[in-house]
Design a protein around this ligand. Structure first.
Ligand code: SF4
Length: 277
């Protein structure tokens, strides 16, 4: 059966491409062109809700920036040509036949490979040449913003979508599966938010049927306030929950009413917040 591109299909493969894939994004209301800088499937977080299939081995961690630029350029050229008449893109409903973004969002943290700055510059070049007006986004956990090379690479992006799922160190370690210092991430967020507005993405979930408690949400809002009070700018906050069932049955989606309450808490701190459920 021909593969159909729809909201359910988030596989990160496109023909024989190594790095560039395409998904139809409900949130973006169109085709999101993805760039996967983690073909080895390694991440410096180990979120229990992660949807990356790590039961099968990944590929070489080395990024061939020339190949990546070629794949992106070729797909953008096809968008300008006959892409929507070709399978699987011919199955996308007409209202969604637009490129919504180009997003660095792969099978791990995109800023970890040493080739990140060169890959970012190459993607920026392809976007400027072939798809001006399409936003270039980085989806990141902000763990490496303090590294000069990573920091320099951020300049290529129009938007930085930064993960902040917790307000306390204990909860951060639980939901992001890491022992990296929470303080460093908070400092990194403030550092970059002082230079340019950032977007905060909060993935909130239920553990054994219970979501984050009131103290945890108050701490999360306090972390957002710290960024603002430290001179940082937050463009908006995205509150969302797991769309597909995580492998670990203890983790599950948070109900809509609770997500709305959490977004309201962010709004009370003066932020624009949207729920995606
Ligand atoms: S940061 Fe993203 S890729 Fe890494 S483990 Fe968490 S959800 Fe998976």
């Amino acid at each position: 059966m021909a593969r159909r591109l729809d909201f359910e299909d988030h596989r990160r493969d496109l023909a024989a491409n190594r790095y560039v894939y395409a998904v139809v994004s409900r949130r973006a209301r169109g085709l999101s062109i993805g760039v996967n800088l983690n073909p080895d499937k390694l991440c410096n977080f180990d979120c229990p809700y992660c949807q990356v299939d790590r039961t099968t081995p990944g590929a070489s961690p080395r990024i061939d920036v020339g190949v990546l630029a070629g794949e992106l350029g070729e797909l953008l050229e096809r968008v300008r040509g006959d892409l929507w008449a070709e399978p699987p893109f011919d199955s996308v409903e007409p209202g969604l036949r637009r490129v919504a973004d180009i997003a660095f969002a792969g099978d791990g943290e995109p800023t970890t490979p040493p080739e990140f700055p060169a890959a970012a510059a190459a993607a920026r070049g392809a976007r400027d040449r072939l798809a001006p007006g399409v936003p270039l986004r980085l989806l990141t956990n902000a763990t490496l913003f303090h590294k000069p090379k990573v920091h320099a690479g951020l300049a290529a992006f129009d938007e930085l979508w930064c993960k902040l799922d917790a307000g306390s160190e204990r909860y951060f370690q639980l939901v992001d599966g890491t022992r990296l210092p929470f303080r460093r991430i908070l400092d990194n967020l403030r550092l970059v938010a002082r230079e340019r507005p950032i977007v905060i993405q909060a993935m909130l979930l239920a553990i054994d049927g219970r979501g984050p408690d009131a103290a945890e949400i108050a701490a999360w809002v306090a972390r957002l306030r710290e960024i603002l009070e430290g001179g940082g700018r937050i463009d908006h906050v995205q509150v969302y929950t797991v769309a597909r069932k995580p492998a670990d049955p203890r983790f599950g989606p948070l109900d809509r009413a609770r997500l709305d309450e959490i977004a309201a808490a962010a709004r009370a701190a003066g932020l624009q917040a949207t729920v995606y459920a």
